[in-house]
Design a protein around this ligand. Structure first.
Ligand code: GLU
Length: 513
């Protein structure tokens, strides 16, 4: 019956999707992927994307988790057209504020004898369940309370007997066409009369969701594969209430590389943890889109707006999507390289502050212009910090990595790991003589001529006398950075400045390795 109507709804172009998270924990990347697919599909069809907060579980739902969902989605750029903060006529958009609506429908189901009060105790239900299983039957409710008389129900309620409300179902096959998984069939024989509410004001997830999808005129329910088994129950509720049925699409699970379900034990799963680790929102969005969707072809880089154009539900796979950290890092590195130095600096500064390398001076604006190097007390401008950060733009895969690369710029003194100053078969006296040679060459450069080209010309000329450039450039680079790998010695020397360069060479010589 509702089929024709459903297609009419879609033909009018009214695609309405929703993302319906439960605020019971930190917002997970799996949720972000579901939100993204719903957003992309709605946006592509010029439809609406609803954010609905499913907070009926009073004990586990917390306002701070709702805040985390909202902040994470906003950070990712996944914006809803209707939600707790934007009422477009179908609100409120928090289930805890919709109890009256659920009550109205529950009363209707009870009055029409499509649902009934069940007073069976948990112990009784458990004993029956055990018995059914022992007889090799699928455990389900036996319908005992479906035939209680109105008088019996009244008496039980007056006696304060605990109850739940169950939906009365007929034995039949439920068939629905999943946009991603094709035809799905369920036998209601396996379900039995299931619980839809704990009491008249406390609907369970199946009921609240089915009512809200109808009331909010949702045309497509796109959600995780773990919800497939809820769909027949929700279809039964829709049928009992004479609702239009939305189109369903169940997107695949996200799996860890070992093919187990991705969880905390595999590392970060909360969106905000990715932000903290220095992933860019556009990289995470690009990456999440590929968790289950593939446009075919070689192209890997998609902005949010190009995803809106290219995304298709039909191209979403059924098989679990493997979370490949290397791919995320690769994509993030790509977006980091696209940033202007100013932007990259702005993004990296908080990590340098957190690492206690620098602190803002007279900070009145969001992004301070002037900083102080904590160890040395020197003043440093954000544009100068930009030069340091820029040296590593092509090397970092996530913003947080910047601190390990640039720490030596902010240290008073460096530690030289044993033997690191040594190039090939050099011995210590040779290193000292090279370092002394470097001191001479570099002291001769006037401060105003201290620039990349001069440093390069003078040092390369000096290296010509040696068996290879490494004899000069390796000890120099290590003396300046204390690191096995870093940006090139000319770039580092230019930024450190004459005084510090000479100071560090002197200190390296004194190391007596
Ligand atoms: N609130 C449910 C969850 O967080 C989603 C329900 C749905 O998408 O229908 O898993």
């Amino acid at each position: 019956m509702p089929k024709a109507k459903r297609f009419k709804l879609m033909e009018t172009g009214e695609v309405r999707t929703r993302f319906a998270p439960s605020p019971t924990g930190l917002f997970h990347i799996g949720g972000a992927r579901t939100a993204l697919f719903n957003y992309l599909f709605a946006k592509q069809k010029q439809g609406s994307f609803v954010l609905r907060i499913e907070d009926t579980d009073v004990e586990r739902s917390k306002p701070e988790f709702e805040k985390d969902i909202i902040a994470s989605l906003k950070w990712l750029g996944i914006e809803w057209t209707e939600g707790p903060d934007i009422n477009n006529g179908c609100g409120p958009y928090r289930q805890s504020e919709r109890v009256k609506t659920y009550e109205k429908y529950l009363k209707r189901l009870l009055a029409e004898n499509k649902a009934y009060y069940c007073f069976c105790s948990p112990e009784e239900l458990e004993a029956k369940r055990q018995d059914q299983m022992a007889r090799g039957q699928a455990p389900k409710y036996d319908g005992k309370c479906s035939s209680l008389s109105a008088a019996q129900i009244k008496k039980n309620i007056e006696a304060d007997k605990k109850f739940v409300i169950r939906l009365k179902i007929q034995e039949k096959k439920i068939i629905f066409q999943d946009v991603i998984r094709g035809k799905i069939e369920f036998d209601t024989k396996l379900i039995g009369d299931f619980v839809i509410a704990k009491d008249i004001r406390t609907p369970l997830f199946y009921l609240a969701g089915a009512i809200d999808d109808y009331e909010m005129k949702i045309s497509h329910v796109i959600r995780g594969e773990e919800h497939i088994s809820n769909t027949p129950k929700q279809i039964l509720i829709q049928e009992a209430l004479g609702f239009l049925k939305p189109v369903y699409g169940h997107i695949p699970l996200i799996l860890a590389p070992d093919r187990s379900k991705l969880s905390k034990r595999h590392g970060a799963v909360a969106v905000m943890e990715y932000k903290k680790a220095g992933y860019l929102p556009e990289a995470l969005v690009n990456f999440l889109a590929f968790l289950g969707w593939n446009p075919g072809g070689e192209r890997e880089i998609f902005s949010l707006s190009s995803l809106v154009k290219e995304f298709s539900l039909e191209n979403v796979q059924k098989a679990g999507a493997i979370f490949n950290q290397k791919r995320l890092d690769f994509i993030n590195g790509f977006y980091i390289r696209q940033k202007s130095i100013e932007k990259l600096t702005e993004f990296c500064l908080p990590y340098l502050i957190e690492a206690k390398f620098i602190e803002p001076v007279n900070n009145k604006t969001k992004v301070a212009k002037n900083y102080k190097i904590i160890e040395t007390g020197e003043k440093i401008s954000s544009s100068f910090l930009g030069k340091i950060i820029g040296l590593y733009q092509t090397r970092i895969k996530k913003l947080s990595e910047i601190t390990d690369f640039v720490d030596f710029f902010f240290k008073k003194e460096l530690n030289y790991p044993k033997g690191l100053l040594k190039w090939q078969n050099m011995d210590w006296p040779e290193i000292v003589s090279i370092l002394s040679e470097l001191e001479k060459m570099l002291s001769a450069i006037k401060k105003q001529n201290w620039n990349l080209t001069n440093l390069q010309n003078i040092l390369l000329l000096g290296a010509e006398k040696l068996p290879n450039r490494g004899y000069l450039l390796w000890p120099l680079r290590v003396a300046l950075t204390g690191k096995e790998s870093s940006a090139g010695p000319f770039e580092v020397a230019e930024i450190l400045g004459k005084e510090k360069v000479l100071q560090r060479i002197k200190e390296a010589k004194e190391k007596n390795d």
